[in-house]
Design a protein around this ligand. Structure first.
Ligand SMILES: [Zn+2]
Ligand SMILES: [Zn+2]
Length: 279
């Protein structure tokens, strides 16, 4: 960053770059329809656009707020830090959106093409949620509609995304969730154990984990799991990042315990296949 740059040109570089990243992201969405591995770049560019609008909002509050160390301007704050700062100035980002952005940051850092192909549907849903967030955040904090900043060639794609969000997401336990999710949660209750090398391990329902503390309020867990929205004493949904592995005590999603092929892991595709047409 050039310190001599004045406030106006910095403003232009942040918000205009955000629009550029958004347009680039939409171009990747278009190619992702035929090549699922493109979702990675669609997400990467969308998260970059979010990062820039968040920093623009911080900059509008006070120009020093965009720096990682406000006493030593030079490097801008990373997105997760910028989001915390945003909250500290009274602009709260709701938890589902925050979770969607954090998940996308994780994907941005780690995900391979191969993995994107495996979880393309999940990446797409997350994309819809973040896109919706960007749209409403821009509407709330900046002049003019976000759609005015979208190139003509991508306008239809953006409209389709807004349309898909409206059709596919429902209010569930106080937050937007994909409409197939409540049914998946019900189905996930049927899997009460995992089999590992012929031994059965009872699954741990939300609230009975031995080591999670991140999402506790006082000494008790939140009413609903912050990732999959399952209720206390119920089992988590497939691929929830809060489920504890009953064998090693680690995060089931990432631990090395390779449970036997189980219908539980197929729930996602099963429920997806049964999805009725949107009203
Ligand atoms: Zn969960
Ligand atoms: Zn494990």
């Amino acid at each position: 960053m050039n310190d001599k740059r004045d406030k106006t040109s910095l403003r232009l570089s942040l918000i205009d770059n955000a629009y550029d990243s958004l347009n680039e992201s939409l171009a990747y969405v278009e190619t992702a329809l035929t090549d699922h591995t493109r979702w990675k770049f669609a997400v990467l560019n969308l998260v970059h656009a979010v990062e820039l609008v968040v920093k623009q909002r911080l900059h509008d509050e006070h120009e020093l707020l965009i720096w990682e160390d406000v006493d030593r301007p030079g490097r801008t704050a990373p997105l997760d830090k910028a989001l915390v700062r945003l909250k500290n100035i009274g602009v709260g980002v709701k938890r589902p959106e925050l979770e969607a952005i954090r998940t996308a940051i994780r994907w941005r850092n780690n995900i391979t093409h191969y993995e994107v192909d495996l979880i393309a549907e999940e990446v797409r849903e997350n994309y819809l949620l973040i896109f919706e967030f960007l749209d409403s955040f821009h509407h709330q904090h900046f002049f003019g509609s976000l759609s005015d900043r979208i190139d003509d060639s991508h306008v239809q794609t953006a409209m389709d995304l807004v349309d898909s969000f409206g059709k596919e997401f429902v209010e569930f336990r106080g937050r937007p969730m994909h409409r197939r999710w409540p049914r998946l949660l019900v189905a996930a209750q049927e899997t009460k154990e995992f089999i590992f090398q012929n031994f059965s391990y009872a699954r741990l329902p939300w609230g009975s984990e031995t080591h999670w503390s991140t999402w506790m309020k006082d000494d008790s867990p939140l009413d609903y799991c912050p990732d999959c929205a399952t209720a206390i004493h119920e089992f988590h949904g497939p691929n929830c990042d809060q489920e504890e592995c009953p064998r090693c005590g680690g995060q089931l999603l990432s631990c090395d315990c390779d449970f036997d092929e189980d219908p539980f892991w197929g729930l996602d595709s099963v429920a997806l296949g049964e999805l009725p047409d949107a009203p």
